[in-house]
Ligand binder design. Structure first.
Ligand SMILES: NC(=O)c1ccc[n+]([C@@H]2O[C@H](COP(=O)([O-])OP(=O)(O)OC[C@H]3O[C@@H](n4cnc5c(N)ncnc54)[C@H](O)[C@@H]3O)[C@@H](O)[C@H]2O)c1
Length: 295
């Protein structure tokens, strides 16, 4: 069997939050396979405060030192102007944008009772609005050439729930909805949109991974993300859980349900367990797809 290489040579890919952790692993893998990479990162600490203007430049310089092509961008890509400017920098440098990996984001973990509005907004802004804005800036550029690869970042915390992360989970599940719509709207322009829920040892998860702490490296997430941003990517609207050497598909299922001609509250009380039963669940690919299941 011939070795299959990552099909990204010459492609222009923007990676947000690429100064460390997962983002830098993505940027380096892509650059090693000939992609031209925009390394975007504000260089802040995990909660988003402060900012090391040189953080993105260091990763870009390391890529160039290894023989790759990269430019650094230290702008806040979660703002409307910042996102436009990052896309503008890619277009100015290389005339196109083939892929965007929306990976940047911050944490402000608090139980819901202690969550302030500031921490709610900051997290929604960085993950959900940040992803929407960088995609929004890149989408018309991709449509122009009839090609694009969008990869967004969700989390098991959003998909399945996690104590103390209401703001983060809300943002991460919002990203799933956003990406599913972009998969539908992007189809006619050959733009794909997929989502990854990574698990990796980074500064964000330091001391939180328990038994996985020793071995879940960002480099074990990068191959799937590389595939999703490559020309070979044959899927769209998908969600993958990836880390520690495992890749699995996550999906949003609907149970077979029950139909009643005369549904009243007593009927609901008597049938809620049957409604919940998992046998025969399916995974609709759009709202219209789900509507087909209604009687
Ligand atoms: N590590 C994991 O196990 C894990 C699990 C689930 C989800 N994630 C997600 O993966 C992504 C990467 O996280 P990581 O673990 O590599 O952590 P990380 O803190 O190393 O990476 C996040 C990067 O985003 C940058 N950033 C934050 N706000 C920015 C902004 N507005 N503009 C530009 N850059 C900005 C930060 O400076 C940082 O370098 C995040 O979206 C995170 O929520 C990670």
């Amino acid at each position: 069997v011939a070795a299959v290489s990552l099909e990204v040579d010459g492609d222009v890919v923007i990676v947000t939050g690429a100064a460390g952790g997962l983002g830098s692993a993505y940027a380096r893998l892509l650059a090693r396979h000939g992609a031209r990479v925009v390394v975007n990162d504000t260089g802040g600490v995990v909660d988003g405060r402060d900012g090391d203007q040189e953080a993105a430049a260091r990763v870009a310089a390391a890529i160039v030192a290894e023989g790759g092509e990269a430019i650094a961008d230290a702008r806040d890509s979660s703002t409307v102007d910042g996102a436009r400017a990052v896309v503008g920098a890619a277009v100015e440098a290389w005339g196109r944008v083939d892929g965007v990996i929306a990976n940047a984001g911050i944490l402000r973990d608090r139980t819901f009772l202690k969550l302030t509005d500031e921490d709610l907004l900051a997290v929604l802004e960085s993950h959900l609005l940040g992803t929407a804005r960088i995609f929004h800036a890149a989408f018309p550029v991709m449509r122009e050439r009839g090609y694009g690869r969008l990869v967004a970042t969700t989390s098991a915390s959003g998909l399945f729930g996690n104590f103390g992360q209401a703001n983060y989970a809300a943002a991460k599940m919002g990203i799933v909805g956003l990406s599913r719509v972009l998969a539908l709207e992007g189809e006619r322009f050959r733009i794909t949109a997929n989502v990854v829920a990574p698990v990796a040892r980074t500064r964000m998860t330091e001391g939180l991974l328990g038994r996985l702490d020793g071995h879940a490296a960002p480099e074990q997430v990068a191959p799937l993300v590389g595939y999703l941003v490559s020309r070979a990517c044959a899927v769209t609207g998908r969600i993958y859980s990836v880390g520690a050497g495992r890749v699995a598909r996550v999906d949003i299922g609907v149970t077979k349900g029950l139909v009643s001609e005369a549904m009243d509250v007593d009927w609901v009380v008597g049938n809620i367990e049957a409604v919940d039963a998992e046998e025969g669940y399916v995974f609709p690919t759009s709202a219209a797809d789900e509507a087909e299941l209604l009687p």
